[in-house]
Design a protein around this ligand. Structure first.
Ligand code: FPP
Length: 228
């Protein structure tokens, strides 16, 4: 969800105004996802690197998240959308952790649609956390290292109960993944758009889906194999 800062700069507004508009775009994206039958949407809302931003901006982002969770609880329940957090969430401010746990618990029974929020997320941190957990399990004799395969490894990622993403969308014209779901996105289609996140609306969402629908996913096979 990149481009909030630039959206604000272009209008001579403070960066936080861009994030505020970004939060509105989050609500639109969530609605567009459900209306278009996208069952799981994962939003990269705060990375482990984002702590390095000025304190005012970090505080404002936490406040926006808190308000979003407060406002959206009823909406998520009404629309039967489950909330899942992906990331080191216990390191977030305590009141945010409590709010997240509350919303997760209140929506846990819903199985059709999921909103996953990547918070305090970094793919490298995730892999190291998984490696640590596996090493500990091996030390305790619960895992045989010689038999470890990717499926078992993936059971130690934050996304263990979520399928891999089919499509990754990055806004604002940057063409990089920035430490987002690096393992899970191994076979994902990637869509880069110059649109800044606050301007990403339902029309943009549909354009991304149409682009995705025209892709041929080969998973290492040849086009001929897939046709046969
Ligand atoms: C990147 O844009 C965006 C973020 C670091 C934060 C994303 C947060 C939101 C969209 C709002 C709050 C989230 C929720 C779930 C309510 P940037 O600031 O790096 O933009 P720039 O590259 O143009 O400076």
């Amino acid at each position: 969800m990149d481009g909030n800062g630039r959206w604000a700069n272009e209008r001579g507004l403070p960066r936080i105004e861009g994030h505020r508009r970004g939060a509105d775009a989050v609500k639109r994206a969530l609605k567009a996802a459900q209306e278009n039958g996208v069952k799981i949407i994962t939003l990269y809302a705060f990375s482990v690197e984002n702590w390095n931003r000025p304190k005012d901006e970090v505080d404002a982002l936490m406040q926006l998240l808190d308000r979003f969770l407060q406002e959206q609880l009823t909406e998520l329940v009404k629309r039967k959308i489950r909330l899942r957090v992906v990331g080191r969430y216990q390191e977030l401010p305590e009141h945010i952790c409590e709010r997240l746990s509350h919303v997760e618990a209140a929506t846990a029974e819903f199985t059709d649609y999921t909103l996953a929020l990547a918070l305090n997320y970094g793919a490298r941190t995730e892999v190291v956390d998984a490696a640590r957990a596996i090493a500990q399990a091996a030390q305790a004799g619960k895992i045989n290292p010689d038999e470890l395969n990717y499926e078992q490894f993936a059971q130690h990622l934050y996304t263990k109960d979520l399928p891999d993403p089919d499509l990754v969308i990055r806004t604002s014209g940057e063409a990089r993944l920035s430490n987002f779901l690096l393992l899970q996105a191994a076979y994902a289609e990637i869509y880069f758009t110059p649109v800044l996140w606050p301007d990403f609306d339902e029309k943009q969402f549909k354009l991304a889906l149409t682009d995705y629908a025209a892709r041929e996913r080969r998973y290492g096979q040849t086009a001929e194999q897939l046709q046969g």
